[in-house]
Design a protein around this ligand. Structure first.
Ligand code: FAD
Length: 502
């Protein structure tokens, strides 16, 4: 019988002697696996759920320096993040990073005056090596943000930052790890670590109900909110290193396009965002201490209420009606352990070397994942690491794709924005089966060919993998109606073959 791609990965996982086993396929684990594989290491990457299924698809979807971190005195983080923004948008994954202006409104009685904002923007611009920052009047800012509330508005700071699709950024790294020879497997949970002579030398992974023993010279624990749980597999007495803070988001319908996003100040430390994203408006986020089971995190009614109320400081109330909500989601920030308000805690990465040698890495930002991966590999001291940024699969010139006039422009733009140069490969089977060009839902730009591609080349196992992370269906609030068709297209019988990589 033909072996599925998943079956082949399970066989390689069980039989392999790896240099590195990475536990956790969020952006940090995927980034480490991609970098290690690219540097010639034999790498295995496993995730207990779907790749990017936790924090890495629950972010504010910004590739940014974080203006507010200047206020917290974290200049180093801002400088590094802005450098990474530049590298990601120019080299690593240009199709997934969208530069847009951000408007920072200064209202009478608000936490900042125009002079403070101007000083902050000059510093931010210097770190970004960019002059794209200025003070604007309310009227000219309204040309960028048509629903900006102008009552009480003194002026606005305008600066440049960027948005992304966090789930697809994560998948691009998983794909890079696999393309460079790594074994990658989702729905593969590390249940225990292999410890020989006091050293961690692999793990027992539960895959499709079976236990698979994986051998590796080094193990990285990149399990985000679960990092301390996995550390306790190495040392049951390991003390906690982190605390968790919940951040929720709301997506609302947008009738008129916004040319810019809003950064809305609430006090001297907290801001929230209103960001045009995939033809909708992404609002958030909250910042509250979370002590429950990580997988149970969700946006509560109170979170949604808070987000809409905070957005109303700067956004016309008509846009914020409950009946305009398309979807909500929530994720968990991993913050260094300590006391005090989570909003004030530094967004540092927590590295920890366990007594059996396992390296645990958690926290930090999506924006700086590449730098975190470089630091992690250096700490492992496995080999000299090439620090130069490399293009992820899909990075490249748009010219070859734009010539396709057989595809509706909205669908074409959606494919380019999510797959880059791989968009041609997504469309390839539609040459024989034009039915694959049909929309998965009449209100969204995603098409059937994406499900087939997700099944054959992007490790999609369940419908939720497709509707939440490989298309925009769930975030648009279209998943329920589209799921039967997605399930039909995911039919495992249709995937019972190992296709060559494209
Ligand atoms: C609300 C919010 C907004 C944010 N906004 C931004 C932003 O706009 N820009 C930005 O740069 N950063 C942002 N961040 C930060 C960024 O999202 C995170 O730093 C990043 O996603 C963390 O990725 P991770 O890989 O460490 O964790 P995760 O994505 O949580 O991945 C950990 C993975 O480990 C897996 N795992 C756990 N246990 C096991 C096990 N036993 N075996 C196998 N696998 C296991 C999980 O299934 C999970 O997929 C935001 C964070 C939050 C919470």
């Amino acid at each position: 019988m033909a072996v599925t791609k998943r079956g082949a990965a399970i066989e390689r996982l069980a039989g392999g002697e790896f240099d590195l086993l990475v536990i956790g396929g969020g952006i940090i684990g995927a980034g480490i696996a991609a970098l290690a594989a690219r540097n010639g290491l034999a790498v295995a990457l496993v995730d207990k759920g779907d790749f990017g299924g936790a924090t890495s698809t629950a972010s504010s979807k910004l590739i940014h320096g974080g203006l507010r971190y200047l206020r917290l005195g974290d200049d180093r983080l801002v400088r590094e993040s802005l450098q990474e923004r530049r590298l990601l948008s120019r080299v690593v994954t240009p199709h997934l990073v969208r530069r847009i202006p951000f408007v920072f409104p200064v209202y009478r009685g608000g936490p900042y005056g125009p002079a403070t904002i101007q000083t902050g923007l000059v510093l931010y611009g210097a770190f970004a090596r960019s002059r794209l920052h200025w003070l604007a009047s309310g009227e000219s800012a309204r040309e960028l943000v048509p629903s900006l509330r102008v009552a009480g508005l003194r002026s606005c700071g305008v600066y440049a930052d960027a948005t992304t699709h966090d789930g697809r950024l994560c998948l691009a790294n998983v794909r890079a790890a696999e393309d460079a020879g790594g074994v990658v497997l989702n729905y593969a949970k590390v249940r225990e670590l292999r410890i020989v002579g006091g050293r961690v030398v692999g793990a027992t992974v539960v895959v499709d109900g079976e236990s698979v023993v994986v051998s590796a010279k080094a193990v990285v624990n990149a399990t985000g909110p679960w990092v301390d749980l996995v550390r306790r597999l190495e040392d049951p007495a390991a003390a906690p290193t982190i605390r968790l803070s919940k951040g929720a988001h709301v997506l609302v319908r947008l009738d008129e396009p916004w040319e810019a996003a809003l950064t809305i100040p609430h006090d001297k430390v907290r801001v929230s965002f209103a960001v045009p994203w995939e033809d909708m408006l992404l609002l958030g986020t909250t910042d509250t201490l979370y002590e429950g089971e990580p997988s149970a995190v969700e946006a509560s009614d109170e979170d949604v209420e808070q987000i809409l109320e905070e957005a109303s400081v700067a956004v016309d109330a008509k846009l914020l009606r409950a009946d305009r909500i398309r979807s909500t989601y929530a994720g968990l920030r991993v913050l260094p352990g300590g006391d005090g308000a989570t909003a004030r805690a530094r967004r540092e990465t927590v590295f920890h070397r366990g007594k059996g040698g396992m390296l645990s890495v958690a926290g930090g930002k999506l924006t700086t994942y590449r730098r975190i991966a470089l630091d992690a590999l250096n700490m492992l001291g496995l080999r000299r690491v090439d620090r130069r940024p490399f293009p992820l699969p899909g990075a490249g010139s748009r010219a070859s794709f734009d010539t396709r006039d057989d595809v509706d422009p909205r669908i074409r733009a959606n494919l380019w924005n999510h797959y880059g140069t791989l968009a041609n490969a997504v469309l390839a089977p539609a040459a024989e089966d034009p039915d694959l060009l049909r929309a998965l839902h009449s209100d969204g730009p995603d098409i059937a060919a994406q499900v087939v591609y997700a099944r054959d080349f992007e490790w999609a196992v369940r419908a939720e993998d497709v509707v939440w992370r490989r298309t925009t269906l769930s975030l648009r609030g279209l998943a329920q109606e589209a799921t039967p068709l997605v399930e039909e297209l995911l039919d495992p019988d249709a995937a019972l073959r190992v296709r060559p990589q494209v």
